[in-house]
Design a protein around this ligand. Structure first.
Ligand code: ZN
Ligand code: ZN
Length: 259
């Protein structure tokens, strides 16, 4: 049994194929998927999916790559998160790879999400790309993580160094690997996954992007998270069942959802 800890099945290319997507999940023993919000205009659809399907959870947040979109306030995020199917705040974070120039608005938006997470006690889903130093600094400044009296979260679609992973884990965070870890070229990331304890690892698709091997280049979907799990099992030399069980347990512990 697997859980896809991060997907965007509300995006039209996937939303149009819902019955097929749910069938593929069942076929691959993917029991649940967390549909992650990227902006406020799309949030009602994300929430509706979670309400319609018992196997779908949802989050509320505004992605750091969405520049021209309504800016959320702390109060707004807190209010929108007030639903049992909303189990996380995000995705949020920093992305200095996709956008450049004065990105102070991105950092402010990130701080807003951390504050909302502390108030709601719902974990953060953090996206960080070419910005790990500022990401960790702002997490510390805003009291993200269990050490600082906040709640933990996940560094999603992780592609940073072992050092960054360890800094996040020290704050009580989990590290989530996507299909990228299965790519031949991802030697550094594979070395990171090998070092980290399975107790701190989540798996995800980030679908519709980043399909894992053997589906690389195709449209990704939550059912394919099984291939990420299988790859990590092979990499670590443990059984597929162990990876499935542990990553599922990690998801349930982090997001506070009993089996
Ligand atoms: Zn992301
Ligand atoms: Zn995402």
């Amino acid at each position: 049994m697997y859980i896809d800890s991060h997907c965007h099945i509300n995006f039209p290319e996937l939303a149009a194929r819902m019955p097929e997507i749910l069938a593929k999940m069942a076929e691959n023993q993917v029991t649940h998927a967390l549909c992650v919000s990227v902006d406020l205009p799309d949030f009602p659809q994300v929430l509706a999916l979670a309400h319609q399907h018992p196997h779908i959870y949802a989050s509320v947040g505004v992605h750091p790559d969405y520049e021209d979109t309504p800016e959320p306030s702390v109060e707004q995020l807190v209010q929108l998160a007030d639903d049992p199917k909303i189990i996380a705040i995000g995705e949020t974070g920093l992305d200095y790879f996709r956008l450049e120039g004065d990105l102070e608005w991105q950092r402010e938006r990130f701080r807003t999400h951390i504050k909302a997470s502390r108030i709601t006690r719902k974990p953060l889903i953090i996206h960080t790309r070419s910005a790990s130093e500022d990401t960790i600094r702002i997490m510390r400044e805003e009291g993200a993580g269990t050490e600082a009296g906040g709640v933990a979260g996940v560094m999603h679609c992780f592609t940073e160094s072992l050092e960054v992973a360890r800094a996040a884990i020290e704050m009580g965070f989990y590290i989530s690997f996507s299909g990228i870890v299965t790519f031949k070229s991802a030697k550094d990331l594979q070395a990171v996954a090998l070092e980290l304890p399975l107790e701190r690892i989540l798996i995800e698709t980030d679908s519709p992007y980043l399909a894992p091997v053997p589906f690389r280049g195709r449209m990704n979907e939550p059912g394919f998270v099984a291939h990420v799990g299988e790859y990590i099992a092979k990499l670590k030399g443990v059984s597929v069942e162990q990876v499935a069980e542990q990553t599922t347990a990690n998801f349930r512990t982090l997001f506070n959802v009993p089996a």
